[in-house]
Design a protein around this ligand. Structure first.
Ligand SMILES: [Zn+2]
Length: 399
């Protein structure tokens, strides 16, 4: 090998070395997710032996990292695992729920992957000697109604008024709706201009920053929002195996997960180094990029999902033009509901029947409303409900 090439190879490998030092480890993420979603954990349903074993695993891992670890029991064989690293009184809370859907449901992306991100961030951030401590909280029993995070926010082991921010991870490592493109959703910037500034600075093409009202109080950020703690919520969102037996460890994209965890780490570090603690805004200021992002997402789904049912094709077409003319929160919320209805069959019928259909009836777009109820029938096993929907469709089409 000529000398000049030897030198450039040397420089290249040094650079790669530097890059890997600052990045989150793919292998460690994978080993956490694989362990937590192993069939032996029986889907980590809150209150079961599988979840208790997962809590023990987390206690051990945090101890290895040199964190002060406590289990916070809250009845029914459920407990949060709370770990603090650092001596500063002010801290950043990072949190993810470790419980899952129960037997037969590996619950790897939801939410072994979020827990793995939390663990690896805890490891890396502790080594950075930040001006604030890190408090990591692994919540139990999220799936039955955010029980662990609600309990923790009511009984915090470290005073919440010392929390610089709460950074929450849920459902990570797979692409939204199994689309070929990668998107990390970032919610919560609307309640803190300082945090919005940090996210803006670190934002990339694969990040979609949106207001939390578009999805509602669906994960562990909600109890902290209620207490007016500035927060961020990171998710890669739902996919075809969400809450199903196919949410397995081998389907998580660890390379992408590590890449995004590294971006999140930079964001947390920036928040830790803010000169003044972020303030929780009384009135939300929604991200300017939101409408464009929503339209892009609708467009992408239309292009990628060639088998899109008529109701969705009609709605997406309509929302794309509506979003251009109407900048109300309502249109954005309803458009997001259409995306979520398509993405999550489990909630499709509810959203079609109670949000999307009524919206188009109010707008007097009867053809779209009728198509929505036709779509809902596919998800309605109950015969009398189906008859009701049939009646609705007839009325809409004959009026
Ligand atoms: Zn979850």
């Amino acid at each position: 090998m000529p000398r000049i090439r030897k030198i450039s190879v040397l420089i290249a490998s040094l650079l790669v070395g530097l890059l890997t030092i600052s990045a989150i480890s793919v292998d460690r993420l994978k080993s956490h997710v694989t362990w937590l979603s192993d069939p032996a954990r029986e889907g980590r349903h809150g209150g079961t032996a599988g979840a208790a074993a997962a809590a023990d695993y987390l206690v051990d891992k945090f101890k290895e990292l040199g964190f002060d670890v406590q289990k916070q029991e809250f009845g029914g064989n459920r407990r949060n695992v709370v770990a603090k690293g650092g001596t500063a009184e002010r801290y950043i809370l990072i949190g993810a729920h470790y419980d899952g859907q129960g037997n037969g449901m590996p619950s790897a992306s939801d939410n072994a992957a979020g827990v793995a991100v939390m663990l690896e961030l805890a490891r890396d951030l502790k080594a950075k000697e930040l001006p604030v401590s890190i408090v990591a909280v692994a919540f139990d029993d999220e799936e039955q109604g955010l029980n662990g995070s609600r309990y923790y926010s009511d009984h915090p082991l470290y005073p919440l008024d010392r929390a610089q921010a709460a950074i929450i991870f849920d459902t990570m490592g797979r692409t939204f709706m199994d689309l070929p493109t990668w998107t990390m959703f970032v919610l919560g910037t609307e309640y803190s201009s300082e945090i919005a500034g940090v996210v803006q600075k670190r934002s990339g093409a694969e990040m979609l920053v949106a207001g939390t009202d578009l999805i509602g109080p669906r994960s562990d950020f909600a109890p902290f929002a209620l207490k007016h703690i500035p927060y961020l919520f990171f998710t890669h969102a739902t996919h075809k195996d969400y809450h199903g037996p196919g949410d397995t460890a081998d389907r998580v994209n660890y390379g992408k997960l590590a890449q995004d965890a590294t971006v999140i780490e930079q964001i947390v570090e920036d928040i830790a180094r803010l000169r003044a603690p972020p303030k929780f805004l009384d009135q939300p200021v929604y991200p300017a990029s939101e409408t464009a992002a929503l339209r892009r997402e609708l467009d992408l789904v239309q292009k990628e999902r060639t088998d899109l049912p008529a109701a969705y094709r009609m709605m997406f077409e309509d929302f794309k033009s509506r979003l251009q003319k109407d900048d109300s929160r309502e249109v954005r919320r309803v458009a997001t509901s259409a995306l979520l209805a398509l993405a999550t069959p489990r909630v499709s019928s509810f959203m079609l029947v109670f949000i999307l259909g009524p919206y188009y009836e109010r707008e007097d777009q009867r053809e779209i409303a009728a198509a929505i109820y036709e779509e809902a029938i596919k998800f309605t096993p109950d015969a009398s409900s189906r008859r009701e929907l049939d009646e609705k469709i007839k009325t809409l089409r004959t009026r």
